[in-house]
Design a protein around this ligand. Structure first.
Ligand code: 8YV
Length: 312
């Protein structure tokens, strides 16, 4: 009987590695837990988790001998860590290995939005370039004033990249950090007022729900652009949609949304929004590293060794 349960949809390389290392029981999502026999559930000591559906007290109680939930992803907002703590269950995530990819995508989305690359590409492909001439002028990105909301590991990588684009860097974090002279704002609305571009790099979960408020969005002003690579939950999405539709801000570049992949169709109507399908960490190299770290945590747990990246 297997001691490991793999929840979620895994790439081929991860599936083979999981099979080779743990010979796990596989289910597509937490909703399938109830379909497992009691004997199988009782045998499970470790869960590898991938996905964004909630995994909380009810799910944990179906696995009475569970000792670890190893998440595939740095963000573990789907997993109820308080419920895990109460049951003596460890939770691990996959930090750091994805920082570069997520930061790269944030910068690429920002450039894509400001330089209108999606529309410019369509202009060329449709033959307009040949028949109508040059694409319209757009907006300079280098030298912009940018505010990073959340200067954690990923926020820092984004800031370092934007510094190379000669941007004037401002940031919000819970406390002032050691930086090369970037401007700290303890008030997120003051940050939004001071910059043209806001990049949201917060952790997800209840503590940051709707952190980016209507007031903050409106403080950004009509030249404002919002980039979000964190979670859809960190922004008041209804207020964002209203502001975009009413021209209260200039645009947005979003990799994350509420109710992914069934995102609000109002986004599709907005030409000034760059939409990415939550692919910040979605490269072959980084996903392989994330899978490896997830499995290394489970292997350490089964071997009674210290966990590599525990969050509780
Ligand atoms: C997802 C992510 O984990 O790391 C995170 O927090 O959001 C992503 O990398 C990825 O979609 C795999 O589920």
């Amino acid at each position: 009987m297997s001691a490991t349960l793999a929840i979620g949809s895994y790439a081929e390389n991860d599936l083979s590695a999981l099979r080779a290392e743990f010979d796990p029981v596989f289910i597509a999502g937490p909703a399938d837990l109830v379909g497992l026999s009691e004997a199988v559930r009782k045998g499970i000591k470790a869960v590898t988790y991938k996905g964004h559906a909630p995994f909380g007290a009810a799910e944990m109680d179906l696995l009475p001998n569970l000792g670890i939930v190893a998440n595939f992803g740095v963000g573990y907002d789907a997993i109820d860590v308080t419920a895990a703590d109460a049951r003596g269950i460890k939770v691990t995530n996959t930090p750091d290995v994805l920082n570069d990819d997520v930061a790269d995508l944030a910068v690429a989305m920002l450039l894509m939005q400001m330089r209108e690359m999606e529309h410019a590409s369509a202009w060329a492909r449709s033959g307009n370039w040949k028949s109508k001439g040059e694409y319209r002028l757009n907006r300079k990105a280098s030298g912009s004033t940018v505010g990073i909301v959340g200067l954690g590991r990923i926020g820092r990588e984004i800031a370092d990249r934007l510094a190379a684009f000669k941007m004037d860097l401002h940031y919000y974090a819970r406390s002032e950090k050691e930086t090369p002279g970037w401007t700290y704002h303890s008030d997120p609305v003051a940050l939004a007022k001071a910059v043209d571009v806001l990049v949201i790099a917060l952790v997800g979960g209840a503590s940051t729900e709707k952190f980016v408020t209507k007031e903050m969005i409106e403080a950004l002003g009509p030249r404002g652009v919002i980039v979000n690579i964190s979670r859809g939950t960190t922004i008041d999405e209804a207020a964002l949609l209203d502001a975009l539709e009413q021209g209260k801000i200039a645009g947005a570049a979003l990799d994350v949304f509420l109710n992914e992949p069934n995102i609000d169709p109002r986004f599709y109507e907005l030409p000034n929004v760059v939409i990415q399908p939550h692919q910040g960490s979605g490269t072959v190299e980084t996903r392989a590293a994330m899978g490896q770290l997830q499995r290394d945590n489970v292997a350490a747990f089964h071997a009674g060794k210290p966990l590599l990246t525990a969050v509780n």
